[in-house]
Design a protein around this ligand. Sequence first.
Ligand code: MG
Length: 226
Amino acid sequence: MPFNIDWRSIDDVLLDMDGTLLDLHYDATFWLNNVHSIVANLTGEPEHAIQERFHRELKKHEGTLAWYCTDYWADFFGIDLIEAKQQLAHLIRFRPHAEQFLQALNSLPLRTLIATNAHPDVIQLKLNVVPLADMVDGIVSSHQYGVAKEHPDFWRALFDEYAINPDRALFMDDSPKVLDAADRAGVREVVEIRHPNLSEPPRTTWRQGIDDFDVLFPGLEAFGRP
Ligand SMILES: [Mg+2]
């Protein structure tokens, strides 16, 4: 079924960062594979012990801000987490057509905001590699509001701060729980990114979604035509 968005009914395009605009491979590699060995190298704690401790702790915080908070995990591991993440910075990159998509949005009467659960320090780490800040109208971290995107209060605070009418907004993310939260908050078009990690095959977890931004280009071009 062709994917169709009525762009005339949209004022605000809200975009997740990791796994949506950027390849999730970076984050997945760090958190699933490398964090244990990096911490072991920095602290001398055995890798298997770190792994067990980490997974127990992670389970407790799923869907909350702590799960996404580098300060929290820096304390937990006893390391400078940003310095550790810097070791893999060469893996930070755009997803296919993400830059062209942002450029296309830029030329249209739409406001584009990044809405991310990433900690401000991690956002900065990524902005040092990819020129995202210049390509959007604003970047919002859920840490500013004290609740993750999974929580209804995040959406209330976002709509309030930016005077967003959710019925004229579109939101894209790769997390089904976050997509559910946006849907419940009344966002008009909620779209799953189905190929967040370029090193893995695409997958479908939500009712409406795309693998690649390029399928949106014909609709955007038609919308931009006088
Ligand atoms: Mg994401």
